[in-house]
Design a protein around this ligand. Structure first.
Ligand SMILES: Cc1cc2nc3c(=O)[nH]c(=O)nc-3n(C[C@H](O)[C@H](O)[C@H](O)COP(=O)(O)OP(=O)(O)OC[C@H]3O[C@@H](n4cnc5c(N)ncnc54)[C@H](O)[C@@H]3O)c2cc1C
Ligand SMILES: *[C@@H]1O[C@H](CO)[C@@H](O)[C@H](O)[C@H]1NC(C)=O
Length: 563
């Protein structure tokens, strides 16, 4: 066993021009991406203030007008001549890492850029009604001062409600509330034929409600969502617990941190996060909301991790390995966005000295560079280099498989730190694209209930050990192996990540039955591209797109006949 788990020994790789370009990547990052990002953040800030000055009624009215515009635009499309429908959002703006090649080919764009307002915060029903381009940073800025938060508030500021619902979203509270889409109460969707419907768990469009998550916008346009709010307190009392041992022991300590062995629910923390720093060291963090009064009691330590000069969070957490377990209080909003400034740990690769005290002090307030700007300043050569020498993947696996995936990844990827974030996967009334293992209820494994199985998002973002040592590393091959492992182990790959899946394997990983049925029922076929087609890799010329569209149409029509 120990042998198969050791990283493969690989030959050294010859250095080429692009290696040096990557080495000096920090120059455009600091001189172009950082200042422009700061400007954009400033504009967003002003935009937020502007939006807040409008009354709820006015925002709702503008929303209705904008929905009408989407409907009109869809009606202008001539299916014979115009390509398939997609949003006008530029591929480099989104946070995801896929090559959005379909946006280079024939397409019919619908502009959703006006949908960036928080429409209503209903403190009685505890529901926020928001438009799809509202970002997590924008959201917490409004809700935290009200002692409220989205039940699942993903950590990274720039993530949008639309992206988090139509693909997936997670945060340290997902072991209680599930994925982002599980906290949605209602969705307002514009369908291919221009109908506007409101879908909830139990109305006549409940099938649509369950088909939207992971659909990547290939069933309809989400134009607003009503999302569950929870009461929170001003501080997070965070406990950092160091763990040393084998990957198995680390995985066990991680599970123990949020699934109390005695089953005492009072011991389940509000927030959970695990970080694995090497094959023998990790730090588990558990957070419990605390009042300001408690945080400010004598003897308690308050850590304002949001200050620009503070150490990067993942490095700070790592100090627990030297210091031993410790506890501190972090202002809640600063805690939520703890990984933003250092882009988890990706910033270390882009600006290698970004974590140094002098840099943090002088320029830390400009961080992070917007992912979108990093994407445009990297060029084709560096992009391809990253595909081969870099990994960004999130995989969702059953909790009882976490140690297996850590061992597998140690051998194949050797990427550290590894991010661990637990989440419930609900058994829903219909079989959605992702679902728990068949018969999981019988095993009664730690963390499982009769209605949900405990999963974990395992995040691998960094340069693999081989690439760091200057050895040959085949990124595509490694991703392919990881995907096969996931299919065999009832795991799922996050859709923002680069994928090597063939169409057949894509639908072995994800369950397409309900999705396909809804695509036909809601007339999405022939208007929106199919999920696999949208996520597949490879450059698409005009001709290739036409051919692929024709083939897909024939296939989907044949499936419809067969039913
Ligand atoms: C550096 C980095 C950090 C990340 N951190 C986190 C994290 O902390 N937590 C987390 O959960 N995830 C994280 N992710 C992954 C994240 O879940 C995805 O990127 C997700 O897709 C959200 O990104 P986005 O808002 O840019 O959405 P997009 O990429 O714009 O959208 C995702 C999909 O949804 C579709 N879509 C978007 N809006 C609509 C709409 N209105 N109607 C129909 N379809 C729509 C898009 O077409 C697309 O297919 C991270 C990714 C990266 C690269
Ligand atoms: C938030 O909660 C604190 C008590 O923990 C209270 O003092 C404060 O007034 C609350 N804020 C709002 C807006 O309700």
């Amino acid at each position: 066993m120990a042998d198969s788990q050791a990283p493969m020994v690989r030959p050294k790789r010859k250095k080429v021009l692009v290696d040096y370009l990557v080495l000096f990547r920090w120059i455009p990052a600091i001189f172009i991406a950082l200042p422009i990002s700061a400007l954009i953040y400033f504009c967003i800030y002003v935009g937020g203030i502007w939006s807040a000055t409008k009354s709820e009624k006015r925002r709702q009215m503008e929303h209705e007008e904008n929905v009408k515009k989407v409907v009109q635009r869809l009606k202008q499309r001539d299916p014979k001549k115009d390509g398939l429908v997609c949003t006008a959002r530029k591929p480099w703006v989104v946070v995801g890492m896929r090559n959005v090649d379909y946006k280079r080919a024939r397409r019919f764009e619908v502009d959703l850029s006006a949908f960036n307002n928080i429409l209503e915060i209903d403190t009685e029903k505890m529901v926020a009604k928001v438009e799809p381009l509202v970002s997590m940073g924008q959201m917490t800025k409004v809700t935290c001062p009200m002692n409220l938060s989205l039940a699942v508030a993903p950590e990274f500021d720039d993530l949008t409600v639309g992206g988090l619902i139509n693909s997936y979203g997670i945060s340290g509270s997902s072991h209680i509330y599930g994925l982002f889409s599980d906290t949605v109460v209602a969705m307002e969707v514009v369908l291919a034929d221009g109908r506007v419907v409101r879908a909830t768990k139990d109305n006549e469009h409940s099938d649509l409600f369950y088909a939207m998550p992971w659909s990547q916008g290939t069933i309809g346009f989400l134009v607003s969502a009503e999302i569950k709010l929870i009461p929170i307190k001003e501080y997070m009392r965070l406990t950092y617990t160091p763990v040393r041992g084998t990957l198995k022991e680390i995985a066990q300590a991680y599970a123990d941190s949020f699934v109390p062995r005695d089953g005492d629910r009072a011991k389940v923390p509000d927030f959970v996060e695990g970080m694995v720093y090497s094959s023998s060291e990790g730090v588990m963090m558990t957070g419990v909301y605390a009042t300001e009064e408690e945080a400010k009691k004598k003897g308690n330590k308050i850590n304002r991790v949001g200050w620009w000069f503070k150490p990067w969070f993942y490095q700070y957490a790592e100090t627990a390995l030297k210091r031993g377990e410790f506890v501190e209080y972090i202002p809640t909003r600063e805690y939520y966005h703890r990984h933003t400034r250092s882009l988890y740990w990706e910033a270390k690769l882009i600006i290698p000295f970004g974590d140094q005290f002098w840099f943090r002090f002088l320029l830390g307030w400009l961080m992070p560079p917007k992912i979108s700007l990093l994407k445009i300043t990297q060029g084709e050569a560096i992009r391809n280099y990253y595909h081969d020498n870099h990994v960004i993947q999130d995989v969702l696996v059953p909790l009882h498989k976490v140690s297996d995936v850590l061992e597998f990844a140690h051998g194949e990827l050797e990427v550290y730190p590894v991010w661990l974030c637990p989440h419930r996967l609900y058994k829903l009334p219909v079989k959605t694209m992702v679902n728990p293992e068949a018969g999981f209820e019988q095993h009664r494994r730690p963390g499982d209930t009769s209605y949900s199985q405990m999963y974990t998002d395992v995040g691998f973002y960094y340069a693999p050990g081989a690439a760091l040592r200057g050895e040959v590393f085949n990124g595509a091959e490694a991703v392919r192996k990881l995907e096969q492992w996931l299919i065999a182990n009832h795991g799922y790959q996050a859709q923002y990540a680069v994928s090597e899946l063939t169409e057949k394997d894509f639908w072995r990983m994800f369950d397409g039955s309900h999705y396909e049925r809804c695509r036909r029922k809601y007339n999405a076929v022939g208007t929106f591209m199919s999920n696999y087609y949208k996520s597949k890799k490879g450059k698409k010329t005009e001709k290739e797109v036409l051919q692929a569209e024709a083939e897909a149409a024939i296939r989907e029509a044949a499936d419809a006949d067969a039913e």
